[in-house]
Design a protein around this ligand. Structure first.
Ligand SMILES: [Zn+2]
Ligand SMILES: [Zn+2]
Length: 178
């Protein structure tokens, strides 16, 4: 069951990459419900698709996926696989709140730099959000250097209201686009 749950986690990291890269950014596929929401997320910066849509899709997808998972692996392992996959999808959703909250760990800081590089420097790179694994596998990984952000898209936690510039603690990692 633990192996099945870990396989589910691993499967999510792959889905996260494929969905983001192809349904979110591939020009000919972008006109799908996820792509439309994702383009808006990029344009507006602080926009996230409504939670009810994610819940409906998540529950429907889980129910459908349970059928082949249980048929292949049996009841306990099949459910563990789906739970691992959807549980890590939940982790992804929480991590993506990096737009709204500052990171508190080395991983949190890495994730913000990695994802903001995707948002503000090169949207063809760094499609993985929870890990760089599939970007490394498919050659779309770019190591962020200084991430420059347009002022109107800059997240609140990066800005120092006193100086109206990037907070001193984040300078060298992030800068406003001049
Ligand atoms: Zn984002
Ligand atoms: Zn994107």
């Amino acid at each position: 069951m633990i192996a099945a749950a870990l396989l589910g986690v691993f499967t999510w990291t792959f889905l996260e990459y494929v969905i983001h890269r192809f349904l979110g950014h591939f020009p000919r596929l972008r006109e799908n419900p996820f792509g439309v929401e994702h383009v808006r997320h990029h344009i507006e910066g602080s926009y996230f698709a409504p939670s009810w849509k994610k819940l409906v899709i998540g529950v429907t997808f889980s129910a459908i996926l349970c059928v082949p998972a249980i048929a292949i692996a049996g009841r306990a392992s099949g459910i563990a696989y789906v739970a691992g996959l959807m549980g890590f999808y939940g982790v992804y959703e929480l991590l993506h709140l990096e737009h709204v909250h500052a990171g508190v760990s080395a991983y949190g800081r890495w994730a913000r730099r990695h994802h903001f590089h995707h948002h503000f420097m090169n949207a063809r790179t760094n499609h993985g959000v929870t890990s760089p694994l599939w970007d490394l596998v498919f050659g779309t990984y770019e190591r962020p250097t200084l991430v420059t952000i347009p002022r109107k898209l800059c997240v609140a936690w990066l800005l120092d209201p006193a100086t109206n510039d990037i907070r001193a603690a984040y300078q060298g990692t992030f800068a406003l686009k001049r």
